[in-house]
Design a binder for this molecule. Sequence first.
Ligand code: NAD
Ligand code: TYD
Length: 359
Amino acid sequence: MILVTGGAGFIGANFVLDWLAQSDEPVINLDKLTYAGNPETLQSLQGDTRHTLVQGDIGDVALVSQLLARYQPRAVVNFAAESHVDRSIHGPGEFIQTNIVGTFNLLESVRGYWQNLPQENRDGGVAPTKNRFRFLHVSTDEVYGSLKKDDPAFTETSHIEPNSPYSASKAASDHLVRAWHHTYGLPVLTTNCSNNYGPYHFPEKLIPLMIVNALAGKALPVYGDGQQIRDWLYVKDHCSAIRRVLEAGRLGEVYNVGGWNEKANIDIVHTVCALLDELRPRADGKPYKDQITYVTDRPGHDRRYAIDARKLEAELGWKPAETFESGIRKTVQWYLDNPDWVAHVQSGAYREWVQKQYA
Ligand code: NAD
Ligand code: TYD
């Protein structure tokens, strides 16, 4: 049994789906079901006794303690967070509350549970023990700040220099996780990953927004000069890295996760447009790139992220399965093949579904 938090969001849901496709170990999925939490993503698991979705807040100590006591997980994987930089600029409060205070409360609930686990499992069974328990915290490369054009990629020892309310709140949570290991001995692991893309990505982030806007005939808003660089990883490769770190990562260690795919934003947008031209040409025969519009830049916009993933590759033998070219093609195809999921997100119908289900 594992407890996943934020498992109705983009990466968490991909993780839960992949986990249960590969193993029968059950998952308790604790998710607040904010605007970013979408149980429709998990619809294929309806009626599957290996998956239990619980609506709740990682900051709710009573609830989390009760779930831990009841289900006795051997690990907690923490995806729950507010995750969108633009939202953090307009309203940082939720980011402080969930990413910092929420993580603190989660750590305290987990510490209380972990401290009372047996040191060893006398009958040699699979019940969780103090030694075998793991808390894996999922974080971002954005905690390292911004790189200049010729700087080497971020390593696990790069300075922590966050620039947005989102990245500052994630950096704070990473520090708390580290401190709970050093002070209390909680067996933690932290992963810092580059930008993800793939199925079930909420269309407020660059790649899904460009796909859905293009198809809807809307403008494709590129911030500033479009020359900002992000390092892209297909979401399923991030999930496989997390599984690998959970399995074999050294306690208290940080692992950077990335696929060596630095791309300028404008090149990403051109790639998406070209794939759509091929797979779903515009009715008027014109190219989708005609919809690109340069708009005012994001305040404090980080210029470049790049991840050096050699520690994870060398120590744990992890390698991504997708190249950027294969991953982005699959992603565009997924959005073309799943118009209902997109339509429900766009119309807000996925929220009605949540309300009906959990009323
Ligand atoms: P997301 O916004 O799609 O999903 C977040 C999920 O957390 C949602 O289901 C939401 O309902 C849930 N949630 C929010 N507040 C909660 C709370 N207080 N208690 C319980 N659940 C809560 O985010 P994502 O893109 O899937 O990111 C998941 C994690 O991975 C985050 O911690 C993020 O910082 C990290 N990360 C994301 C990326 C990326 O490119 N998206 C890259 C590296 C790391
Ligand atoms: P985003 O997907 O929000 O991820 P992050 O800010 O966490 O890296 O944005 C990725 C890049 O794309 C970032 O440099 C901002 C830029 N961007 C645009 O140019 N236009 C947009 O509409 C969005 C959402 C992002």
